[in-house]
Design a protein around this ligand. Structure first.
Ligand SMILES: N[C@@H](CCC(=O)N[C@@H](CS)C(=O)NCC(=O)O)C(=O)O
Length: 224
């Protein structure tokens, strides 16, 4: 019987990072459900903000909303907060947790800005919208993320071990990989290294290596 149920559409978008965190952190009694008919559902009525993703916590009859809150809670259950990791025991762990949240919120801005531009794309504006994103804010964010990893001690966003922040970054990069160009690995070696590392993690490699197990990637109008 499941204790934690992640409800979302069958798309990557705003729930996939939570799924990766639960999988890597081996959160027990966890499952996800892909929903249909959300607009008319009881779930929408009960959802704190009328939206998904939602994490249902069965024993306490709680529906937790907001993707980042869900990620943070699952990270705590999976011991993926920097303050919970042995490799960080000699560090200022309260600060490391705040830094991890800072990066997660920054990644959320990266994703949200792309979604905002994508949402209004039409056949007429598509080429220009993609160009605007690729030559503007996308480059800004990729440059920032690369420099954070370059300056890090161990190639992770925070502390001395992979944390939930790295998984959130991985997920957002994977979503937009098709926009980055063939020279991504050369231009962003630290980001490329992080992505390869995440894809090699024992609890994730089987899932991430099999596209048929993953939900549909988002930003559809820019992909087709
Ligand atoms: N800030 C929220 C945004 C949630 C959101 O935009 N949810 C969308 C899907 S990604 C949704 O539920 N759309 C359907 C609806 O509003 O009825 C989060 O990060 O969870």
């Amino acid at each position: 019987m499941s204790e934690f149920i992640l409800h979302y559409f069958n798309i990557q978008a705003r729930a996939e990072a939570a799924y990766l965190i639960a999988l890597h952190g081996q959160v027990p009694h966890f499952e996800r459900k892909f929903i249909t008919g959300f607009a008319e559902s009881d779930l929408k009525q009960q959802a704190p903000f009328g939206q998904v993703p939602l994490l249902e916590i069965v024993s306490s009859k709680t529906l937790l909303a907001q993707s980042i809150a869900i990620c943070q809670y699952l990270a705590e259950l999976g011991k993926l907060l920097p303050s919970q990791q042995a490799a960080n025991s000699s560090e200022n762990v309260a600060l490391l947790d705040a830094l991890a949240l800072q990066y997660v919120l920054g990644v959320d801005e990266f994703r949200s800005e792309a979604y905002r531009l994508h949402r209004n794309t039409t056949d007429e504006t598509k080429v220009n919208d993609i160009k605007t994103w690729k030559e503007g804010r996308m480059l800004f964010f990729l440059g920032k993320f690369e420099s954070f990893l370059e300056q890090s001690k161990k190639g992770f966003l925070v502390g001395n071990e992979l944390s939930w922040a790295d998984l959130v970054l991985y997920d957002a990069l994977y979503e937009q990989l098709f926009l980055f160009g063939d020279d991504f690995a050369q231009k962003y070696p630290a980001l490329n290294k992080l992505m390869k590392h995440v894809e090699s993690l024992p609890n994730l490699s089987g899932y991430l290596g099999d596209a048929s197990k993953r939900p549909s990637p988002y930003i559809p109008k820019w992909r087709n």
